[in-house]
Design a protein around this ligand. Structure first.
Ligand code: RAM
Length: 559
């Protein structure tokens, strides 16, 4: 495979050291996407209801879709269609004009809604530090009807709002054959194990996790099919875990691993994310923790697939991806010091978070995964010594009350307690006390996104607090479902429905990969606590979707 042209040079910093052999292997593993149609189920409007998370609830305004197809719509009118399930795909519809000859074009605004806000707030005056061009609306001009409108861009949505901004006052429009051609690497006839969990909330959490994961599984594991539509390393790690317990698409994970391994930079670090279009290209975004997590992604994959060969092939890349994080260790204290480099340390979008203790835990966790990988590959574990000194150093992170503290202000946070627990730096009892005390602490900094909530849950399960973990899942992911989620969100603040890492909730993604891990925990570490019966029923993805559509339609009938 030849080096891609144009190869975009990275802005400043170390340049990409292309490995075209890995890029070629990734290309060979590119999946052919499945395609299937979905039709709208109902015509709705949203009415005020302060008992709901969004402050509004959907209400049916027509009995049947036949009634809708027979309806005529004049200039300045609008309607909202509900497809009953979140989809990723291409919209098409037929438009007919009625009345006099269509003596002026028709201008439509289509808004593709993942959340009720998308189709009710409008897309004006959005104040966000990322681009407003992500906003999910399109203006379409139609000169003459009948017309078959096919939207060339892929959208991610459950609701479609159509506004007739203007057209000839002498005629009206009707809409028919509205359909979305859905796409995913997972098709309707693919099989997935279905389990009966001990309550309906958990059943739904599992199902919504699967639907989230499916919609993010495209030609790579996208972080969100609406935004940013690309492969991020931290997201990949969690998607891969959920996938091993559900769809078991090992090739898609392998493809993504090779993609990152193909674009390692001159200093052996791995970029935070990559693009597939117009040609395969690394991003210049770099995150220290994502870089180190590459080692864990490879370890998890080798463990789950038994593919020792890829572990051996990528061993140099695994060793390299830890260098940058390791360079943050203070030789005096043995602790991770974020100020030893100005690269982005993430852990979560929570702004107020002090990242030193959490990063210490994360790095130790990654080193231990590398050591375990070495054993699987029949090699000497390379980081035994550093893991020991980091474990010793971590004692300084515990205060007199047994809480993990971070940074100059001894900040207490879920991130610090969770990552230290996951790292195994403390005896289980100590880690458990620290974690539970943090969860009870009124001033502890909480996670903003399901990404960090995942690690909090996993830490709880690891320190033997499985029931507490289930409670957190029911209280967080369960609340998203109560709020109407068909797929889990990038950001969820139960106390503030407009919270956003980007300044405006309309730029949030409501189908976001890193939130799909409950299925991994429920089917894995928590299985013995939550499964009614250990024996799964093989079901098709189509059956799952149908049951979800039946559920959302029934919900609509209730109100
Ligand atoms: C955002 C996306 C993505 C995440 C990065 C750090 O752009 O939400 O999922 O990995 O941030």
């Amino acid at each position: 495979m030849a080096a891609p042209t144009p190869a975009y040079p990275l802005k400043g910093g170390p340049q990409t050291r292309w490995n075209m052999e890995f890029a070629g292997k990734a290309e060979e593993l590119k999946p052919t996407l499945h395609r299937w149609p979905r039709r709208p189920q109902n015509v709705i409007r949203f009415v005020e209801d302060e008992t709901q998370y969004f402050g509004i609830r959907p209400s049916k305004i027509m009995k049947t879709m036949q009634d809708f197809e027979a309806s005529l719509w004049a200039r300045k009118s609008d309607f909202i269609l509900d497809f009953g399930i979140h989809m990723v795909g291409y919209l098409s519809m037929r438009l007919d004009s009625h009345g006099s000859h269509m003596d002026a074009p028709c201008r439509l605004r289509l808004t593709f809604g993942e959340s009720p806000f998308d189709v009710t707030m409008g897309m004006d005056n959005v104040k966000t530090w990322i681009s407003t061009s992500w906003l999910p609306d399109e203006i379409v001009n139609i000169d003459m009807c009948p017309e078959i409108l096919r939207m060339p861009r892929r959208h991610s949505f459950r609701y479609l709002r159509v506004e007739i901004i203007d057209m000839s006052p002498k005629c009206k429009l009707s809409f028919s054959d509205i359909s979305c051609e859905c796409v995913s690497a997972i098709g309707p006839s693919d099989k997935v194990d279905a389990y009966a969990f001990k309550n309906t909330v958990l059943d739904r959490i599992d199902q919504v996790s699967l639907m989230t994961l499916r919609d993010c599984m495209q030609t790579v594991f996208e972080d969100g099919p609406r935004r940013d539509k690309r492969l991020w390393l931290g997201d990949l790690r969690l998607q891969a875990l959920a996938n091993y317990k559900s769809f078991k698409d090992f090739n898609l994970v392998k493809r993504c691993i090779y993609q990152f391994a193909a674009i390692v930079r001159e200093d052996d670090s791995v970029p935070a994310c990559l693009f597939e279009h117009p040609v395969f290209t690394p991003s210049d975004d770099y995150i220290v923790d994502y870089d180190a997590l590459f080692a864990v992604v490879v370890y998890d994959y080798v463990e789950a697939s038994g593919d020792i060969a890829i572990g051996k092939e990528l061993w140099p890349t695994v060793l390299g991806c830890l260098k940058k994080a390791l360079s943050h260790l203070d030789p005096e204290t043995g602790l991770f010091d974020p100020s030893r480099g100005d690269d982005w340390k993430f852990l979560d979008w929570q702004e107020d978070l002090d990242r030193s203790a959490g990063s210490h835990g994360l790095l130790l966790y990654c080193l231990k995964a590398t050591n375990k990988l070495a054993l699987l590959l029949g090699q000497e574990p390379p980081h035994e010594h550093t893991a020991m000194t980091m474990t010793e150093a971590a004692k300084a992170l515990l205060n007199d009350e047994g809480l993990v503290v971070s940074g100059p202000n001894a900040q207490i946070s879920y991130a610090s307690a969770a990552w230290l627990a996951l790292s195994g730096a403390f005896p289980q009892e100590t880690a458990r006390t620290a974690l539970l005390k943090t969860l009870d602490h009124p001033d502890a900094i909480r996670p903003l996104t399901p990404y960090l909530w995942h690690y909090v849950c996993e830490a709880l399960a690891d320190v033997g607090c499985k029931e507490e973990c289930i409670k957190v899942m029911e209280g967080y992911w369960g609340k998203m479902i109560e709020a109407g989620a068909d797929t889990f969100w990038e950001c969820f603040d139960p106390e503030n429905r407009t919270n956003s890492p980007y300044g405006d909730v309309r730029n949030n993604s409501f189908c976001h990969a890193w939130s799909c891990t409950p299925t991994y925990l429920l089917r894995g570490k928590l299985a013995s606590n939550v499964l009614q019966d250990q024996v799964p029923k093989a079901t098709t993805v189509e059956e799952l979707d149908d049951s979800w559509i039946a559920h959302t339609s029934a919900e609509l009938e209730k109100v």
